[in-house]
Design a binder for this molecule. Structure first.
Ligand code: NAD
Length: 333
């Protein structure tokens, strides 16, 4: 049996991951949803009942000692991700952790060094990387064989008065880097502060260049009155337009439109890429979990650790948190 344990039964765990675990268990009978844990026992119990876990705990150390799982899914508050991940990895467990994998460069480097020291597999759960429409976009951009010119990413939310929107902004930063297939070189950051809406509430605008020569613009509007994420990509002779399905937003089930210089247009609807229009599938949560679990169950000796691929995203997240105006790639990396 491949035993899965979950730490953190809060909002994201209930909406994105719980349904993914339940589907994975339904798809693979040799999988056991062994136990879930939350400091709030009532939440943990309800999560166990809703998604079919065998047991629940309020102390994750006790859970790990008693269950000795094959993988741990960590879906904790951002401030706790690094200390909890370090403790879990030091106990020798493979781990998939919700984004952001740390609040700054120091935290991600600490986790990376512990992962290497203890020889564990680590996956950063950046669900945009596993969103079927983004996977299709990346495939088509690469298949064009053309030079990448420009990427734009617009992320809007409504009623997000967070003091720290950087932990959501990192989705766009990481997705754009993933689509570019290159490291950021230089990022200019500007802010439109709205103190009347709360401390550190601001619209955020990023633009700059990648090492491969492509340019980008990212627009982040926490008080946009809409929940949307829209991407455009230009290569020399193609334009790609993606409207991502987000929760129950206006773009569900999402679509990708590819237009060539002869004005030939091809449209892919999001619900043609997956079995269902359920959010946990169209938004990539199922795939990010499934692919990691498949690797662990496949018996390969190759260690998966994608923390280094997230270092720049975390560094830029930290720039946004502190309203810094410029990010330059560390030349020593
Ligand atoms: N991928 C996405 O689109 C997305 C969206 C929102 C949030 N997130 C990420 O998901 C994570 C959780 O966010 P959330 O909104 O669900 O938060 P949340 O506060 O709703 O849930 C976190 C849960 O962790 C529990 N917890 C805290 N310390 C614990 C411990 N030591 N042991 C066991 N349980 C503990 C809390 O009691 C809480 O129930 C964050 O890392 C966040 O960045 C991802």
């Amino acid at each position: 049996m491949f035993r899965i344990c979950v730490i953190g039964c809060g909002n994201m765990s209930q909406s994105g991951h719980g349904p993914s675990f339940a589907k994975y268990r339904a798809d693979y009978p040799d999988v056991s949803l062994a136990a879930c844990c939350d400091l709030d026992g009532e939440k943990a119990r309800a999560y166990r009942d809703r998604f079919g876990f065998a047991q629940y705990y309020t102390d994750y150390r006790q859970m790990l000692d008693e269950i000795r799982p094959d993988v741990v899914s960590l879906i904790s508050p951002v401030d706790l991700t690094c200390p909890l991940a370090v403790d879990i990895m030091k106990r020798g467990y493979d781990i998939i952790m919700e984004k952001p994998p740390g609040k700054n460069r120091a935290e991600i480097e600490i986790m990376d060094s512990v992962a290497k020291q203890y020889g564990v597999n680590v996956r950063c759960a950046f669900n945009r990387r596993y969103t079927p429409l983004i996977e299709a976009l990346v495939r088509r951009v690469r298949a064009s064989g053309e030079r990448l010119i420009n990427i734009t990413y617009q992320l809007y939310r409504w009623h997000r008065y967070d003091r720290d929107f950087s932990t959501t902004a990192i989705h766009a930063v990481d997705a754009v880097k993933y689509i570019a297939g290159s490291d950021y070189d230089t990022v200019h950051l500007t802010y439109d502060h709205h103190p009347e809406c709360g401390e550190n509430v601001k619209n955020i605008f990023l633009d700059g260049t990648f090492e491969n020569g492509a340019v980008f613009q990212i627009t982040l509007i926490p008080l946009g009155g809409a929940v949307t994420e829209r991407v455009t990509v230009n290569t020399v002779n193609h334009s790609f337009f993606v409207d991502l399905p987000m929760w129950e937003n206006i773009d569900v089930p999402g679509r990708l439109v590819e237009v060539t210089d002869s004005n030939h247009c091809e449209t892919v609807m999001g619900d043609t890429l997956v079995d269902s229009t359920e959010m946990f599938e169209v938004s990539g949560f199922y795939n990010e979990n499934r692919l990691f679990f498949e690797h662990l169950r496949g018996g390969s000796n190759e260690i998966v650790n994608d923390l280094q691929s997230a270092v720049q995203s975390v560094e830029i997240e930290d720039c946004i948190r502190h309203s810094l105006p410029l990010y330059k790639k560390d030349a020593s990396r």
